[in-house]
Design a protein around this ligand. Structure first.
Ligand SMILES: [Zn+2]
Length: 320
């Protein structure tokens, strides 16, 4: 696919992550309707990871493990002029990459987005008259915790963010209901009224799905301590895979009715009503090994937060 038939003016700036920018299509061609264009933000790392490398990396390492959850994504050739045009439209400097990605917009028709916690947003959309509710979140570091706080909750305290749910709770069947309640704790009462059934769908989903366990399993292949890395050469392939999976985003898309999806979706009956639920894993980006400095420094700083006992400390995380 080539983007020659579209112009930068057809793509409207949508959102920005740490390493990528997303644009949504606003032009006249039907084949790009509901599509996003993902381009790489400028960085000065010596080992820049290109879009083409990322696509190959996902294919080689994750196509088998996450075949049900991967989004279709298409590599498209982009010219320097096209990237300059996009850059002028959004004010961000882009990497001069030969390729970009075209992928589906999982948040089409969104009418309301509520931030539930750090890295956790609930999107409510209307699609042809029916409601689609999507939970977007980063499960981050999944492992068996042995300290007072897991890495996620220690990191939250270090950053001074408001207390939030612990992602590790979603790994234990008996703790899933509490974790979902915790996730929605900050949502105002009048806002939660219309979405109570979706909370139950999420409980069913995390109780039945093995997606977080799969992420945990591959993350655990590396036993390397991040805080002791002293050079990019120390970063093993396993650690690299772990660091990718410690930063993925999950979209759990829920809608009423049981006919929308194929084998890649789950069906749940909540108070006699059928809901279908589909999970996507995105942002499976290979990280540059030169980021080891940032990883090690963060982990060193985190040490004093793992066993915090100060008065304002959060309730401790689950330990097996
Ligand atoms: Zn935790």
């Amino acid at each position: 696919m080539s983007l020659l038939e579209t112009t930068p003016a057809d793509w409207e700036y949508f959102t920005k992550g740490n390493a990528n920018l997303l644009f949504r299509y606003r032009g006249p061609l039907g084949k790009y309707t509901d599509k996003l264009l993902r381009v790489r933000l400028f960085n000065d790392l010596p080992d820049y990871v290109s879009t083409k490398t990322i696509v190959q990396y996902v294919k080689t390492n994750f196509e088998e493990s996450f075949h049900k959850e991967l989004c279709e994504q298409e590599l498209v050739k982009v010219s320097p002029d096209f990237l300059t045009g996009l850059s002028e439209r959004c004010g961000h400097t882009l990497m001069c990459d030969d390729y970009a990605l075209v992928m589906p917009n999982l948040l089409r028709g969104v009418v309301q987005s509520v931030k539930l916690a750090k890295n956790c947003i609930l999107h409510i959309a209307q699609e042809e008259g029916s409601e689609v509710v999507t939970l977007e979140f980063k499960p981050k570091w999944l492992y068996d915790n042995t300290r007072i706080y897991c890495r996620n909750c220690a990191h939250g305290q270090m950053q001074g963010v408001p207390r939030h749910f612990c992602p590790l709770d979603l790994l234990h069947i008996e703790r899933v209901t509490g974790a979902i309640d915790d996730m929605f704790l900050e949502m105002k009462k009048d806002e939660t009224k219309g979405i109570l059934s979706y909370k139950s769908v999420l409980v069913s989903f995390f109780t039945n799905s093995d997606i977080l366990h799969r992420l945990k399993r591959i993350q655990s292949r590396s036993t390397q301590s991040v805080k002791d890395i002293t050079s990019a050469g120390d970063v093993t392939e396993e650690l690299s895979l772990s660091m990718t999976l410690r930063d993925v985003t999950l979209f759990v898309e829920m809608r009423q009715g049981g006919t929308e999806y194929s084998e890649s979706s789950d069906l749940f009956l909540i108070d006699g009503v059928a809901f279908s639920c589909k999970c996507y894993v995105i942002d499976l980006d290979l990280k540059a090994n030169s980021k080891f400095r940032h990883w090690a420094k963060t982990e060193q700083k985190l040490q004093e937060y793992y066993d915090r006992t100060e008065l304002d400390a959060w309730p401790g995380c689950f330990r097996k």
